[in-house]
Design a protein around this ligand. Structure first.
Ligand code: HEC
Length: 163
């Protein structure tokens, strides 16, 4: 037993040392399958997010939302780096997260939408960061379902999901 765990920790060490690689592997694993329910996510998105957000693809087609422009365009949010809508003025904390390469994986996304300011403080390690998003998703399932719905709007991701 002891020997087996020593070997395991010896094997694990190089992976832990190259934290970026481990993180990327984790993100890639998360890219394959959003855990939420797409239909429930559509309903939740239409109730909770459209007041402030639209989803408009690169061709200018509106895939979701109405006229909400208080927040950035969320296309193609699953797996996009934070703060990439060039027409939107992000808060400093979000700009910093983007500059640090924070990506909207399911884990990051669900944490952010449930506590935007808390998430930005955690990822940027800046205790004074504040999110400009003054809305919190209350149920974790809603957050995961909305993530799955947003992923379903991006044809490029469906191919990834099917593999
Ligand atoms: C009251 C308006 C409002 C509502 C409602 C709202 N948001 Fe936001 N959202 C914002 C604003 C403003 C920002 C920009 C935050 C910043 O710059 O700090 C933002 C940013 C985001 C981002 C980061 C996007 C990027 O470009 O990196 C995500 C993801 C997001 N919102 C998801 C959601 C989801 C999902 C919902 C619904 C559950 C939602 N928001 C509801 C206003 C809102």
């Amino acid at each position: 037993m002891i020997r087996a765990s020593l070997i395991a920790s010896a094997l694990a060490t190089p992976i832990l040392l190259t934290g970026v690689t481990a993180l990327q592997a984790e993100e890639q694993a998360e890219m394959i399958a959003p855990t939420g329910d797409v239909e429930a996510g559509e309903t939740a998105f239409n109730r909770q997010c459209v007041a402030c957000h639209v989803v408009v693809n690169d061709e200018g087609e509106k895939l979701a939302g109405r006229n909400g422009r208080t927040g950035p365009n969320l296309f193609p949010v699953p797996y996009r780096t934070a703060a990439q809508d060039e027409d939107f003025r992000y808060g400093k904390g979000m700009e910093l997260a983007g500059a640090q390469g924070v990506t909207w994986t399911e884990a990051h996304f669900t944490a952010y939408v449930q506590d935007p300011t808390g998430f930005l403080r955690d990822v940027t390690e800046d205790g004074s960061a504040r999110s400009k998003m003054s809305f919190k998703v209350r149920k974790p399932e809603d957050a995961a379902d909305i993530f799955a719905y947003l992923a379903s709007l991006n044809p490029a991701l469906e191919e990834t999901a099917e593999k």
